[in-house]
Design a protein around this ligand. Sequence first.
Ligand code: ADP
Ligand code: MG
Length: 684
Amino acid sequence: MNELQKPVNHIAGIGPSRARDLALLGIYTVSDLISYYPFRYDDRTVQSGHMLQHDSRQTVEAVVEAPPTVRHKGRLVIVSARVRTTDGLPLTAIWFNQLFVREKLLPGTQVTLTGKFDARQRSLVVSQYELAHADQSVHSNRLVPIYEVRGELTPKILRSLLARALKQYGPLLDDPLPYSLMTKYKLLSRQEATLQIHFPKDAESLRQARRRLIFEEFFLFQLKLQSFRHLHKTNQPGVAHPVDDRLWSDYEKRLPFALTEGQTQVMQEILQDMRQPHPMNRLLQGDVGSGKTVVAFCAMYAAVRAGFQAAMMVPTEILAEQHYESAVRLFAGSEVKVGLLTGSTRDKERKELLDKLAAGDIDLVIGTHAILEEGVQFANLSLVVTDEQHRFGVEQRSIFRQKGHHPDVLFMSATPIPRTLAMTLFGDLDVSVLEQMPEGRQPIQTYWVAARQEEQVIRFLRQELAKGRQAYIVAPLVEESEKIQGVENAVELYKRLLDPLAGFQVGLMHGRLSGREKDEVMRRFKANELQVLVSTTVIEVGVNVPNATVMVIYNADRFGLAQLHQLRGRVGRGEHASRCILVADPLTDAGKQRMQAMVETQNGFILAEKDLELRGPGEFFGIRQSGMPEFKLGDLVNDANIMKVAREEAQRLTEQSDFWILPEYQGLVDYLKQERVLQAPIPD
Ligand code: ADP
Ligand code: MG
């Protein structure tokens, strides 16, 4: 057995109770302990007496000159001792409420003291001290590591345990990184880096240690993703669609517009994947309205023309119906037979539909998760498109497997993800991006107004409505956990606006309505029976009403940029000029910056970067549950450059066909086996 995988109690000084406390920190093995990194460092480098700085934290080495004295001052117990630093400066060392130090400070004792220095009093209020006979090298006169602790553990105990563990096991640490990478990027060995991250020689060594360990962390992560992707591409059975050259022009003939260069480019990437005998795993990213759906329909058309079936899965019934209607229109008069399957498809229709799907009489089905249900069988499914769904998970893919298909999968996402995060989140996918918007799109003018300007907003709204346009009004949803309050906000806002908007039909939409009620409200808004829709953020996803030209968002500063951008994308979908009005009185600078960013740019990717910068990755993803990996040392924002390099190197390596057999990469191959990427049944 690997020595490093032994339980921690193999380290001298760790008995059952220490082991229990360590377990609270998730430390079970020697290796766990060694990779339990400090969360900060305390600079306790010894200063010479005459270099001491007034009123700051300093460390000195000194000898106790006289027995300490004890004073009481109210509740305070003050121990003071006369000491002299090694270079001859006399000082008074003071401890508050630590009576027990008195016994330890016999005259002649050598101590290292850290504390706040007062030049006028020639005193040091001690916060840390070490007696000379202790294992000084790790606790004092250096950058001292501070660890998070639990139970009876203290940072000092942990420090001693780590010093011991590193001495005993440090030399056994293998380096998984190939030598070529270490020299190319001038990386410390793993042994050296591990030692330096716990007990750094100086600030520069610490920096180098972190750089090396973060690189390793990111590189191994990327290697796993890239190997996965590579294996998937080369080993999994899939459908090789024959795609003929006429497909493209036949499809374009059906459209009332010409495809953009970006759409053509992306379509080529997708078709190229579809020709391969291995499953496609591609993400199509593009801002709201950039024309992803049009591309997805073309891919589905390709599958159907090749004699297969295609399915499109969307998160809501409203969206499913919307896409279904577009598809029916688009493929009218062609050989493509389209079906719709959602949770509210009636029994009789449903049965008919399922029979047709199983018999291959329906070529293209659009629906919600209902498509995944047990009773749904396909004759020969070869392409699945998912819209606006963040993670079409492994389970879902294996459901299709169980039904006997190995479809190509195309993920579509309008959530702009900053590049650095996309590399991490989607490292196992191929990515196509639609960057430009179709031409003739009217820019959406965005305004930021204060709450007290509401009257002007209403006046403007009435003008637009009088011209025949429609509007969305979004009430704040404070937090996911405060859904109820969000509903109340919407209801209240709705009631409050009825009067100022008299003469127009106003509808109300929120998450507490049943699916059928929501659909009814949406249908009426689409049909222009309602001119105004007051809503919570439930309208966020994919809704398309080209005649709606105004989006008013109350308390806009409560929303993240990504979400504001999604909401704004509901307008600007037709021929008329559209406007987005943010009503907000942000209290924080970050809030003001977010509003400003919305006013200044319409580019979702720029906004996403900004959001990430202002709120950090935790928050950024908080609003959309997602499987963000956690790293021990690396930070996806601050260490983005390292991630980029790690990814490039991992990609280069996995594409090198003999990588698996070269001795230099043995460490990596072992790692991949251990992570079950290699030699396991090919992962889904
Ligand atoms: P997305 O799915 O990315 O939100 P859609 O595919 O739904 O975007 O397209 C948004 C709107 O733009 C639709 O009304 C669509 O018909 C239109 N559209 C798409 N591509 C083009 C194009 N090349 N030229 C003009 N209009 C387009
Ligand atoms: Mg769409």
